[in-house]
Design a protein around this ligand. Structure first.
Ligand code: AMP
Length: 393
């Protein structure tokens, strides 16, 4: 098992804290600070224990070194606004003179936020020399950067390897408990709902789930590649023709395992994604695209899902961002929300979809990660998770 910040006496220790503070920033203004507020419980816990906390994060994808638009400086300011009783310092470099000087002067109950770790080109390469520099900050490594745990980046993985004590923060603890532990032994029947744009993004999760679950429902654009593989008309729907063989093999496995594999049986179609003139049809006519699941499909999905005791959902049932194509996603979300089951939503766009339906508080766990959630649900080994288990023994 892994250890959390509750399982080790962190009092007054120097902490190297890897966070995911990758918030959207436009012209120096933070557009959505939910990743910052999500990190606060772990930060507060450590500061209240008198720790000297050196926090770091990536922000965006800067290329080849520092660039002002990717600076974490606005994030440091926002952190100070939330952490009124604790001093927040910011270093203008990642592992340079300013960071080392500020760390040397750091007092108990204070937080130093380092500049964007990706300003160091070694970060995304998993550079070990960079990790040795991070190792100088503190005695205990804490990670709460769930969205980054699938990457073997320097601050995520190599640095953790160098510490004797590696602990999970509250966010990471919850993510691993649900996406890894709970789903390893799900209460049955276990049902998966998958949707979203591309099959290719979801091959590993599909291949894994088809071996484990008691039923799968597929909506979204993804469904059209499966329908195409079955020889059905898909009109102008978004498809990936080179994925049809994979789709056939997944459907074959579902058949061999005798589990229901549900695809749309009717569709909300339109001439284009912008079109507000739509119709519900059993087939996607030529010149039309399918942009949401139809009412018969909704009812069919509900009938199967209603039996489930564990549900994992990733990806919307249609173009939920548009009023005319959001009904399938909203109805399924509301239905899932009311079920007496463990309900896990696997990150990314699915989270916004659940918010559109207004049922967030009825979901057992909503994952904050995109790629990391998908990989963990798919049973893959994530570097940042593996190291927690290794060091936890
Ligand atoms: P993903 O990130 O793979 O979960 O995909 C989410 C995106 O898929 C959302 O932006 C949806 O608008 C889009 N999407 C879902 N269904 C469809 C569809 N039938 N046609 C086109 N885009 C879709």
């Amino acid at each position: 098992m892994f250890k959390t910040i509750r399982d080790f006496d962190v009092s007054k220790k120097g902490i190297f804290l890897r966070l995911d503070l990758n918030v959207p920033i436009k012209e120096g203004k933070i557009k959505d600070d939910s990743r910052i507020t999500a990190a606060l419980p772990t930060i507060k816990f450590l500061l209240d224990k008198g720790c000297k906390v050196v926090a770091c994060s990536h922000l965006g994808r800067p290329k080849g070194g520092p660039s002002p638009e990717f600076s974490l400086s606005p994030v440091a300011k926002r952190l100070q606004e939330y952490l009124k009783e604790n001093k927040v310092l910011f270093s203008s470099d990642v592992v340079g003179e300013d960071a080392l000087k500020k760390y040397a002067d750091l007092k108990e109950g204070e937080l130093l936020l380092l500049e964007n770790v990706r300003f160091e080109v070694g970060e995304t390469k998993g550079d070990e020399e960079l990790a040795k520099k991070f190792r100088k900050f503190g005695e205990v490594y804490v990670t709460d950067a769930f969205g980054a745990l699938h990457r073997a980046h320097s601050s995520v993985y190599q640095t953790a390897k160098l510490f004797d004590v590696v602990l999970a923060g509250f966010l990471v603890e919850k993510e691993i408990l649900y996406l890894k532990e709970k789903l390893a032994n799900p209460e049955k029947p276990y049902f998966a709902i998958l949707g979203g744009a591309k099959v290719s993004d979801k091959i590993p999760i599909l291949k894994n789930l088809v071996e484990k679950v008691d039923g799968i429902a597929i909506g979204g654009a993804m469904a059209y590649t499966f329908l195409l593989a079955k020889g059905q008309k898909v009109g102008k729907s978004l498809v990936e023709p080179d994925m049809t063989e994979t789709c056939l093999s997944i459907m074959k496995r579902a058949e061999e395992r005798k589990i229901p594999f549900l695809l749309p049986i009717d569709h909300i179609i339109a001439k284009s994604i912008e079109d507000t003139e739509t119709e519900c049809s059993n087939e996607v006519k030529e010149d039309f695209g399918g942009f949401d699941i139809g009412q018969k499909t909704i009812e069919n999905f509900k009938k199967e899902i209603s039996k489930a005791k564990t549900i994992v959902w990733n990806g919307p049932m249609g173009v939920f961002e548009k009023e005319q194509f959001k009904k399938g996603t909203v109805e399924i979300a509301k239905f899932v929300a009311e079920l007496d089951a463990v309900k896990i939503i696997g990150g990314g766009d699915s989270v916004s979809a659940v918010k559109v339906a207004g049922v967030e508080d009825k979901i057992t766990h909503i994952s904050t990660g995109g790629g990391a959630s998908l990989e963990l649900i798919a049973g893959e080994k994530l570097p940042g998770v593996e190291i927690l288990y290794e060091k936890g023994e």
